[in-house]
Write a protein that binds this ligand. Structure first.
Ligand code: NAP
Length: 277
C-alpha cells in the first residue's frame, strides 16, 4: 500500500475506506462489516467515519468491524460544528470513542465551519491530545480563506489534513487549495472520489476503462490517486467493490487517458468556491 506522510511524519495509506450510510440498514450490516474487514486485509487501513453519519450508527458499525483489529487501523472521525465548542468537542469525542469501542481516535476532524472560533475548537483538540484520546486533528470542507485563518489561529500550525470533495466532476481545488496544501506538506483527503457512485455511469469514462480492462469507477479512483499528497476514501459496502477499489491504486493512467479525461472534465481556469456534499 502506497503511503503519504502527515506533517507529524506519521505515514498513512493513500487509499482508505469511507463509511457514510453504513450502519443505517440492519440487513446490510454483515456485508458492510465484511467489506471493511476485507479492506483492512488489503491494506486500506484508514477508516473514515463521523458522529453525524446515521447519528452514530456508522461509528458503531466501524467499532464492530475493527473489534480485535484496532491496532491495524488509522481511525478518522469528525465532530459536528454544532458541538465544536471547547467542552462540546471533548464530550462529542468521548461519545464517539464509546461507540467506536476504542480509547483513541487517530485523526479527529472539525466536519465543517460553524460559529465556534477555530482557536476554541483547536484548544479542545489539544486537550484531547494531551489526554491521549486523539493523536492528530484536522479539518474538513475548509476553503482557501478558512485554511489561512486556521493556520494563523493559536495552535493552528498542527493541523494534519483538510478533507474535501474532490473527483473528476469537482476539480475546483486544483486551482488553489490543492497546490497550497501540497506546498505546505499537508495531505488532502478526497471524499466522494466516485461522486457517490455517479462516476461509474459515464460512457466517456467507460471508453477509457475498456482500454485497461477495468471499470469506470476504478478509472475515477485512479485519477484521484494519481497525485502525491492526495488520499482517497471511497465507500464500498460490497466485497467486489472493495477489491476493485484496491486494484485501482495499481492502475497507471497514460498521458492519453489524462488528456481524454481533461476534455470531458476540464480543470478549473480560475478560483472556484469549494463545493460540499
Ligand atoms: P463515494 O465513495 O464517491 O461513492 C460511494 C458509492 O460508490 C456507493 O454507492 C458505492 O456502492 C459505490 N462504489 C464504491 N466502489 C465502487 C466500485 N468499485 N464500482 C462501482 N461503484 C462503487 O461517495 P461517499 O460515500 O460520499 O464518499 C466517500 C466517503 O467520504 C464517505 O463514505 C465518508 O466517509 C466521506 N465523506 C465525507 C464528507 C465530509 O463532509 N467530510 C462528505 C461526504 C463523504 P456500494 O456501497 O454498494 O459498494
Amino acid at each position: 500500500m502506497r503511503k503519504t506522510k502527515l506533517p507529524s511524519g506519521v505515514a498513512i495509506p493513500v487509499l482508505g475506506q469511507g463509511t457514510w450510510y453504513m450502519g443505517d440498514e440492519p440487513r446490510r450490516r454483515a456485508d458492510e462489516i465484511a467489506s471493511l474487514r476485507l479492506g483492512l486485509d488489503l491494506g486500506m487501513t484508514l477508516i473514515d467515519t463521523a458522529e453525524m453519519y446515521g447519528d452514530g450508527a456508522s461509528e458503531k458499525l466501524v467499532g464492530a468491524a475493527i473489534a480485535g483489529r484496532r491496532d491495524e487501523v488509522f481511525l478518522v472521525s469528525k465532530v459536528l460544528p454544532s458541538n465544536a465548542t471547547r467542552s462540546g468537542t471533548i464530550a462529542a469525542c468521548e461519545r464517539s470513542l464509546k461507540r467506536l469501542g476504542t480509547d483513541r481516535i487517530d485523526l479527529y476532524l472539525l466536519h465543517w465551519r460553524g460559529r465556534t472560533p477555530f482557536a476554541e475548537t483547536i484548544a479542545a483538540f489539544e486537550a484531547l491530545q494531551d489526554a491521549g484520546k486523539i493523536r492528530h486533528w484536522g479539518v474538513s470542507n475548509m476553503d482557501v480563506d478558512d485554511m489561512q485563518e486556521i493556520a494563523r489561529a493559536s495552535g493552528g500550525a498542527a493541523m494534519a489534513t483538510n478533507q474535501v470533495l474532490y473527483n473528476l466532476t469537482r476539480r475546483g481545488i486544483e486551482y488553489d487549495l490543492l497546490p497550497q496544501a501540497q506546498a505546505r506538506g499537508l495531505p488532502v483527503m478526497a471524499y466522494s472520489p466516485i461522486e457517490q457512485g455517479r462516476l461509474a455511469e459515464y460512457p466517456e469514462i467507460e471508453e477509457i476503462a475498456d482500454r485497461h480492462g477495468v471499470t469506470p469507477a476504478q478509472i475515477a479512483l485512479a485519477w484521484v490517486l494519481r497525485q502525491q499528497g492526495v488520499i482517497a476514501i471511497p465507500k464500498a459496502a460490497t466485497p467486489r467493490h472493495v477489491q476493485e477499489n484496491r486494484a485501482a491504486l495499481d492502475l497507471q493512467l497514460t498521458p492519453q487517458d489524462l488528456a481524454d479525461l481533461d476534455d470531458v472534465f476540464p480543470p478549473p481556469s480560475g478560483p472556484e468556491s469549494l463545493e460540499m456534499i
